[in-house]
Design a protein around this ligand. Structure first.
Ligand SMILES: [Zn+2]
Length: 258
């Protein structure tokens, strides 16, 4: 299972935790300044409420990380000679090649325009999982489709140091999403190698207790046969342990059971 990020930023989580802790601390101090028993009761009640909110938020966050594998990306599945399935916001639509009048790339070549026989149109963005596999499998009967543009698109991709697929378009990797190194990143990483390693730790990070690196596969792109990972399994494990507090408890517990 892969960890997906919660819909708000990690900074928001930190800020929220600090804000709650600050309120708890602030109210605790005011206990010593209460004027009446009613004031005291209100402050104690407030503290209990804040502590409960803090714990709830922590647990909610933890659960969100655990269940987020059920949250879907849009994707294309089961591409065959008859058609394919388009999973859009969790809803499956089956498209047959024979449903379409024409298939074209959009002007920026990052979307596929499918025109149905009744002139309705659907645009599928290249952010959709398996989009690149789909464009490689458009049947030859769609003569208007720019097969040459797709050929050139794939030929221009370079091997990505993070995931090992030939999917780097110079700006970002179309497989793992790693952005190209810029000098701006020097603020966060001592050098490019450390940046690539960090990206790889995120990519390989997993919640299961495999003994080996969990290297994601991707049928959309060719794997560079000369690629080797920059990080070792123990580094990924350390990364998981330091980044996911609850996970740490789970792993330690499960290892003790072995
Ligand atoms: Zn990559």
């Amino acid at each position: 299972m892969q960890i997906k990020f919660v819909p708000y930023s990690q900074n928001f989580i930190k800020l929220f935790r600090y804000a709650l802790l600050g309120l708890i601390f602030g109210s605790s101090i005011s206990i010593f300044r209460f004027q009446s028993e009613v004031d005291f009761a209100i402050v104690v009640f407030l503290i209990i409420l804040l502590v409960i909110s803090f714990i709830t938020f922590y647990i909610f966050n933890y659960h969100y990380i655990l269940i987020s594998n059920k949250h879907y990306n849009n994707s294309i599945e089961n591409i065959t000679e008859n058609g394919f399935e388009f999973i859009n916001e969790g809803k499956k639509q089956v498209f047959l090649w024979s449903d379409f009048q024409s298939i074209n790339l959009n002007d920026t070549q990052n979307g596929l325009i499918l025109t149905f026989k009744d002139n309705k149109r659907v645009l599928i963005s290249n952010k959709t999982d398996n989009w690149f596999l789909l464009v490689k499998n458009i049947p030859a009967v769609f003569q208007e489709f720019d097969f040459e543009a797709i050929k050139i698109m794939f030929e221009n991709l370079k091997s990505c140091k993070v995931c090992g697929f030939k999917a780097d378009n110079g700006t970002e990797c179309l497989s793992c999403g790693t952005k190209a190194w810029t000098n701006e990143l020097n603020k966060f990483y001592p050098n490019k190698l450390e940046f690539l390693k960090k990206e790889q730790l995120f990519l390989f990070s997993n919640l299961n207790l495999d003994k080996n690196l969990n290297i994601p596969d991707n049928p959309n792109f060719e794997k560079d046969p000369n690629w080797v990972p920059l990080v070792e399994f123990k580094e990924v494990k350390k990364f998981d342990l330091t980044n996911y507090y609850f996970l740490k408890k789970k792993i330690v517990k499960s290892e003790n059971e072995k």
